[in-house]
Design a protein around this ligand. Structure first.
Ligand code: ATP
Ligand code: MG
Length: 186
């Protein structure tokens, strides 16, 4: 059964910016470009019929044009041995609104997503074992001012993930374009 989640497609420029800070911390397994995404809703394992219904439901989300920027680096969990490193994403309000409409459309279709509180972020590394605390502090300190410009986002996507020993591999199942900014169009 496919394991599904909904995520924002990350523009190339943002992936490149992330690439530049993916170094200098031992024990970190850095995610490659294909692994980078901003999760809006996690659905979990469903059958193929459910997937078709979920895709139909998602096509009804009315999402307006959106530009996204990245800033700051942190880890989850916030206390205790870190399992992942992430960069924050903004604008939190617009991303939260998009996540909320995705989640409500899924719920109305009968597939309520996980209710974990939405925290706009992109996971950039996972840890096999926790890094030495001082090395982590060093890393976080050196990229505390990490900040990108705001970049227009083209679409959100339904992704499936296969959990392999080498790390999760994601496949794009369906792509849902966001409305385009219309300032220059007739
Ligand atoms: P792995 O589980 O092997 O570490 P992964 O977390 O990237 O890899 P999935 O567990 O399939 O792969 O999760 C896909 C995406 O959904 C990830 O961005 C993950 O953070 C997010 N996610 C997973 N479970 C939940 C959940 N219960 N609530 C909210 N988001 C979740
Ligand atoms: Mg997971």
């Amino acid at each position: 059964m496919p394991r599904l989640f909904v995520a924002l497609e990350l523009p190339e420029l943002l992936k490149e910016a992330i690439g530049e800070i993916q170094a200098g911390l031992r024990d970190a397994r850095w995610l490659d470009e294909e692994g980078l995404h901003l999760t809006l809703a996690f659905i979990g394992e469903v059958d193929h019929l459910a997937q078709a219904r979920i895709e139909a439901a998602l096509s009804r989300v009315e999402a307006s044009a959106l530009a996204v920027g990245l800033h700051g680096v942190g880890h989850f969990p916030l206390r205790g041995p870190p399992r992942v490193l992430w960069v924050g994403a903004s604008p939190a309000r617009d991303l939260g609104a998009l996540a909320a409409s995705v989640r409500s459309v899924l719920a109305r279709a009968g597939y309520p997503p996980e209710r974990r509180k939405f925290a706009p972020h992109v996971t950039i590394a996972r840890f096999h074992r926790p890094p030495p605390p001082l090395a982590l502090q060093d890393y976080l300190g050196s990229f505390a001012l990490f900040r990108t410009s705001m970049v227009p986002v083209a679409s959100f996507r339904l992704l499936s993930s296969r959990l392999l020993p080498s790390g999760a591999r994601y496949t794009v199942e369906a792509d849902f374009p966001l409305a385009r900014a219309s300032s220059h169009e007739a």
